[in-house]
Ligand binder design. Sequence first.
Ligand code: PLP
Length: 391
Amino acid sequence: MIKKAVHKFKKIINKNPDRLFDPDFLESINYKTPFFLFSKKRIVDNYKQFKKLFPKSIINFAMKANSEVEVLKILKEAGSGFEVASIYELELLKKLHIPPNKIIYGTSVKPSDQIAKFFEYGVDRFACDSFSELEKIAINAPGSKVYIRVIANDAGSVFKFSTKFGTETASIIPLLSRAVDLGLKPYGISFHVGSQASDPEAWANVIQSLRSIIEDLRDLGIKLETLNLGGGYPCHYLSSENAPLLSEIASATIKQYKKLPYQPKLILEPGRGIIANAAVLVARVIARIERRGSTWLFLDAGCYNALFETMAYQGSTRYLITSMRPTKNSGESLFAVAGPTGDSPDIISREVLLPSDIDVGDKLIIHDTGAYSLSTSMAFNGFPKPNAYYV
Ligand SMILES: Cc1ncc(COP(=O)(O)O)c(C=O)c1O
């Protein structure tokens, strides 16, 4: 069992050789644990990587993945646009003076009053996947641009959206025709292959399935301005060691895109792909207990306040966890690692390889924790959201 864990661990390290921060540096900063530390450079580099691999595309960061003000500022500076899911998120962008032409309202089912507030601010691009939503947009944001979200095959993704969102491909033409009747502008088609996708062809396959519809629309006089590829770009977590590289995804996707009868402008809505590997969480061991065949380490951060996606039904993500201090002569052992709350699902992992003598007071680094961690944090049992710092 230990051999298997060590092998897996080494494979991940090799795939991501440039770990975000050096443990000595992390030790030197000595903030009160738990805390998140973000690399500004990694955020910008990730954004630039999307721009490079998807030339001429529009990148709208899905701020649901991380809506910390500093993150939004960094991405604003870099030139990013934003995919927004509510007026609460919109308010954050307004405070940063992000102009409406950098914002799309990407959830395809929205409260009417929120559509009106986006429109009031000047946002004129809305996702939609039903006739009733079209009517809502026409009333609350007259004359706006709409893009139709279609279901995508999300079988290979950890988080699947296609049961809740997206219309059948056959409904695209009726919906866009109705949009025209309602005085709205047909802007494009969007899809989401599911978050933390594992198939590099997932985006390409959807594009291929849309080819004939795009032709039919053109014959009807509807030329799409954009094709929105959504999010889904994965991070190399310990639990997704074979996740494809962005370059593999991009080359498969662009190949299919070029086969379209014409090339609408591409919009991408990466959340995880921009922010996941730009942060670590540093947490401290608050207890070491032998229990039912395992050695348990309890930390001062857990699933509720910092690592929501480690929970079963929330992805069961297994992050790479390393010790802040090097292994001494004691060797390494497997540990179960849990959060501080009194709730039994608050278990971060049952199998973490760490120095055998790790004990209370030692600090652990939990890698690649920038996405859906702070934005999903809740103060269950009163444990607050960890502070975030930026270097
Ligand atoms: C409409 C939309 N766009 C983009 C994203 C971001 O997805 P990811 O973080 O997988 O890139 C989401 C995630 O829920 C979404 O709902």
